[in-house]
Design a protein around this ligand. Structure first.
Ligand code: E9O
Length: 591
């Protein structure tokens, strides 16, 4: 659960400038670096990706462990438990309090905690050490591979486009919590006329008494109930809706613990080709995004977060996808507040060797095989889906779970791999549509898994990766493929989750050729013209909100340049054209 300051929970932030050291030989754990102060520390901000903060290429490109360390004064915690919480450590973290290993976690985009009560004393100082490993394997989500190059350097390969930023990317908190406490709550809402129906289910092991109060946005009590589980009616409710971040709080009291869980009253449903929010057809306008910023890398930063939402609102967007991993909890909270609609995606990206290290690579190589992605990966992936849903289930902004981006889905092995995973998502949350994002290598005639999902999400690059620069052919190919999807998989709304060409900001061209600003306008305009002809298409999320950093590649110029905005969030000319379109749509659609 999100950490909240309440009468029963005291929160201390451990963010700041920590000590940092690269583990060149990746043997710090055997050498027990956690048992003493780091030998040659340098400064490193937390949260932050370390990669672009430094200037040495060896640190930037290091494959393996780096260490973070700081001193912490233990607050008074009385009879309570004292908990350490990391918003995310990318990709694996081991945490020591003095000499004691208190947590180990794999998975770079989700939070984890450690109960450190038994290892510290109030008022005393302790040494907090974190070993961070940026290595990926075939059994991690996302996958990757570590190898030695010809000169003996350790390198890492992965099949996703964005740069593998690493470090302690989100806030580190220390908080107190009563031993008997609210461990979890699930809130599901329905609408009945003008009223909201709120079903809640609290987990508070050992609690003698659980009661809840529903508070409106002003903190006024609007309903109460007794018991860990129940149904509450909120009279004349203010519904959460796209563009309307109306929120309530379920204030839970379990014995001595008080926990405020925010929620919104709204419904989501797929009906034929319609995507309904509160029974009204919704059309997605927006982007796939990245947690990516100059110098900060993948670090969460409130300045950048609020600015990005301002820019998205300026353009008339109403939604985004958390491509290609769970975003910071602060972002999900803010999307709730701003009434933004979110497609919430796991970190299952790059599970497609057909796309190679760059775009075209080891074609014909099967991704889902014993020596690559296998049953163990599937287990990790399933757990990751459960953890994401557990973290984000109470966010009204989340309307679709996307369980993977562009995986291989045209082989029998991939069918075997994904069928149970779709079910894992449904079991974890029976209330929201589930989908996955399809790649061009699996067109409708080859595709094998769409039947398990509620929506069709497509990443399409006609006119860019194929029919490059030929928009007439590109348009035909796009229409033909859309017709084929509708024929083979009817009654599933189609959302375009990626489209658009790389565009160098400032590159002008009378001939409107690929890479120019003119071409971005033409290519994206072609897609939009086609979307307008299909009622089955219920969303356009272009790729990408902003230019972002990648691994080096012959198709990358200082990163991926498919942004609507530059990496420092300035509009390319196309952004104004799309703004006109989206503001018009916003007026027509009311959100
Ligand atoms: C994923 C995203 O993270 N989709 C990629 C994006 C890109 O710009 C990347 O940034 O490259 C596009 C994959 C396109 C594959 C096209 C294959 C065409 C073969 C027919």
């Amino acid at each position: 659960m999100r950490v909240r300051q309440t009468a029963s929970r005291q929160v201390t932030s451990l963010d700041g400038v920590w000590n940092f050291q690269v583990d060149w030989d990746n043997n710090g754990i055997e050498k027990e670096w956690f048992k003493a102060a780091l030998s040659t520390p340098r400064a490193m901000p937390v949260p932050g990706s370390y990669n672009d903060i430094v200037t040495e290429v060896d640190v930037h490109d290091h494959v393996g462990y780096v260490w973070y360390q700081r001193k912490v004064v233990t607050p008074k915690f009385g009879e309570d438990r004292l908990i350490l919480r990391f918003g995310s450590v990318t990709h694996a973290g081991a945490v020591w309090v003095n000499d004691v290993l208190v947590a180990e976690h794999i998975g770079g985009y989700l939070p984890f905690e450690a109960d450190i009560t038994d290892y510290v004393k109030p008022g005393e100082e302790f040494r907090l050490t974190v070993a961070v490993d940026n290595r990926l394997s075939w059994q991690t989500i996302p996958p990757g591979r570590v190898y030695q190059d010809n000169t003996g350097h350790t390198r890492q390969q992965y099949w996703h486009d964005f740069y593998n930023y690493a470090g302690i990317h989100r806030s580190v908190l220390l908080y107190t919590r009563p031993a008997v406490h609210v461990e979890d709550v699930t809130i599901v809402t329905d609408i009945d006329g003008a009223d909201g129906v709120v079903k809640y289910d609290v987990v508070a092991t050992g609690a003698k008494k659980v009661s809840v109060r529903v508070l409106d946005a002003d903190g006024k009590e609007v309903a109460t109930a007794e018991g860990a589980k129940g149904e509450i009616r909120v009279k004349d409710a203010k519904f959460w809706a796209p563009g309307h971040g109306n929120l309530y709080t379920l204030e839970i009291t379990a014995d001595d613990d008080v926990y405020p869980q925010r929620f919104g009253i709204r419904t989501v449903e797929v009906k034929g080709y319609e995507f309904l929010i509160n029974d009204k057809p919704f059309y997605f306008r927006g982007y796939g995004r990245h947690e990516d910023n100059i110098i900060r890398g993948k670090s969460h930063d409130n300045v950048m977060m609020v600015h990005d939402f301002e820019v998205m609102k300026w353009q008339g967007a109403n939604s985004f996808r958390t491509s290609h991993y769970p975003y910071a909890e602060e972002v999900m909270d803010y999307a709730d507040e701003q009434g933004f609609v979110v497609i919430d995606e796991t970190a299952a990206v790059g599970m497609n060797c057909g796309l190679g290290g760059g775009i075209f690579g080891e074609q014909g190589f099967t991704t889902f095989s014993d020596d690559t992605i296998n049953a163990e990966t599937q287990k990790v992936h399933a757990q990751h889906i459960r953890d994401l849903i557990k973290r984000d289930k109470n966010h009204p902004c989340v309307v679709i779970w996307s369980i993977a981006n562009e995986p291989e889905t045209h082989t029998d092995a991939s069918l075997k791999y994904f069928e149970p995973l779709a079910q894992v998502a449904r079991d974890a949350d029976p209330t929201r549509p589930v989908g996955y994002v399809n790649v061009m290598l699996s067109p409708p005639d080859k595709e094998k898994i769409t039947q398990f999902f509620d929506v069709i999400m497509l990443n399409r690059y006609f006119g860019w990766y194929v029919q490059t620069g030929n928009l007439a052919d590109a348009e035909k190919a796009l229409r033909d493929e859309l017709d084929e999807w509708i024929k083979r998989f009817p009654n599933k709304p189609i959302i375009f989750t990626e489209y658009g060409p790389d565009t160098m900001s400032g590159l002008k061209d009378y001939f409107r050729r690929p890479w120019s600003e003119e071409f971005q306008t033409d290519n994206i305009g072609m897609f939009h013209k086609v979307f307008d002809d299909y009622t089955e298409v219920v969303g356009e999320q272009m790729w990408n909100f902003a230019d972002f950093q990648t691994t080096p590649g012959i198709m990358r110029v200082g990163g991926n340049k498919k942004g609507m905005f530059t990496r420092d969030r300035l509009p390319k000319p196309n952004a104004y054209v799309v703004r006109d379109r989206w503001l018009k749509k916003k007026e027509e659609q009311g959100s």
